[in-house]
Design a protein around this ligand. Structure first.
Ligand SMILES: Nc1ncnc2c1ncn2[C@@H]1O[C@H](COP(=O)(O)OP(=O)(O)OP(=O)(O)O)[C@@H](O)[C@H]1O
Ligand SMILES: [Mg+2]
Length: 364
């Protein structure tokens, strides 16, 4: 807890456009000082939810509280939030300092106080010397920093960001992810961050709220979401994975030729999916009891710098035309000893690394 931040309680927030349901009874608690990411595919409702928090969109029903205070009927400028948009939304006719000071001007803050707060904000985003620059004289990364400085200039307790890094190239985006996270930690504002990039979400967040189709599908730490996805959609959306159909009966799952027992409590009989992550597979030279095995043929073996990616076509009798991917860190791999293309291979998956989700559409 920090007295410069506030918790956010979202309850049953619902929003329709005509008969299209953009948000369906979303309930979510953002802890004070937390960095929470709304993650979901395009059109899932992330921006709509952020706009409801900001006050630019009013929900059909539901409640939004900042701390103890209901804000659903409060206009955006009275909510005391900082906001960063995808496309910077900077004023081209103002210089950097004027852009950053604009929210202060709107609030009627004195010139001297504005000057000091602008200086502080620019220094926080490491643009100390650039106050007099014109916006069109800045790089993409610098523009994004100006937008961020403008959002934090009045020390808001809540910071909302909608895909703020999507206009930047990969390297700069990855640098800015770390910087934004450090900035959050030093200012300890409650932050709600929107992205459709699962890796970005895993890198930056305390917790991730996975949104799909206007619904909250799972809320958890990056570790929980990656290791224990709630359903097949999340298992597929987060990280690399192959889903293999499984039939469960009396707590035992049959996956092709393999039988899995005691991996996780499978209380229900029916159709499930085994979630196989490429980094969890290993090449099996001998078989042990603590793992299950898949036989196949190497279809592709690709050098990717830090790792070797192999695509294994599973034996068609048991698995149809399904393949598995295995990723081997190059430091620990003697490439000369790996089976080559068209050679047979046996892959192992430890029982502790086997995880099942319910098949949503009745299995394949
Ligand atoms: N003003 C509007 N009128 C009608 N439909 C809308 C309106 N705003 C949003 N929608 C629809 O609501 C759904 C959710 O939109 P939203 O912008 O929240 O998605 P998003 O998750 O932010 O997607 P993206 O990753 O592409 O930004 C979309 O199908 C969109 O077309
Ligand atoms: Mg959006």
């Amino acid at each position: 807890m920090n007295d410069s931040s506030l918790n956010i309680s979202i309850e049953d927030v619902t929003k329709s456009y005509g008969d299209f349901h953009a948000l369906k009874e979303v309930s979510l608690e953002v802890t004070s000082g937390e960095f929470l990411t709304l993650l979901g595919p395009s059109g899932s409702g992330k921006t709509t939810l952020l706009m409801v928090l900001a006050g630019f969109t009013s929900p059909d029903y539901g409640s939004v509280k900042f701390g103890e205070k209901e804000v659903v009927f409060e206009p955006p400028h009275l909510r005391g939030i900082g906001m960063v948009f995808q496309n910077y939304a900077l004023f081209p006719h103002m210089n950097v300092a004027e852009n950053v000071g604009y929210p202060q001007k709107l609030r009627g803050v004195s010139k001297e106080e504005t000057r000091i707060s602008v200086e502080n904000a620019l220094s926080t985003v490491k643009l100390d010397e650039l106050g007099h620059r014109r916006i069109d004289e800045l790089s993409g990364g610098q523009k994004q920093r100006v937008a961020l400085a403008r959002a934090i200039v009045f020390k808001p307790k809540i910071l909302l960001m909608d895909e703020p890094l999507s206009a930047l190239d990969k390297k700069l985006r990855e640098e800015m992810q770390i910087e934004l996270r450090q900035l959050h930690d030093s200012l300890s504002m409650t932050t709600v961050y929107v992205t459709h990039d699962q890796k970005e979400a895993l890198t930056m967040s305390d917790r991730i709220a996975v949104i799909n189709d206007g619904q909250l599908m799972q809320l958890g730490t990056p570790n929980e979401i990656y290791r224990r996805p709630n359903n097949a959609f999340i298992a597929d959306f987060i990280g690399e994975s192959t889903l293999l159909p499984a039939k469960v009966k009396n707590g035992i799952a049959t996956v092709g030729a393999a039988k899995f027992k005691g991996t996780q409590r499978l209380k229900k009989d029916g159709d499930f999916m085994l979630v196989v992550r490429p980094e969890k597979l290993f090449i099996a030279n001998r078989r042990a009891r603590d793992a299950n095995y898949f036989e196949g043929v190497v279809k592709d073996s690709i050098f990717q710098g830090e790792s070797q990616l192999m695509v294994i076509k599973l034996d068609p009798q048991n698995y149809g035309d399904r393949s598995l991917r295995i990723r081997l860190p190059n430091g620990s791999t003697n490439l000369g000893e790996l089976p080559g293309v068209d050679e047979k291979i046996v892959l192992g998956l430890k029982i502790v690394d086997s995880y099942f989700v319910e098949a949503t559409n009745g299995g394949a």
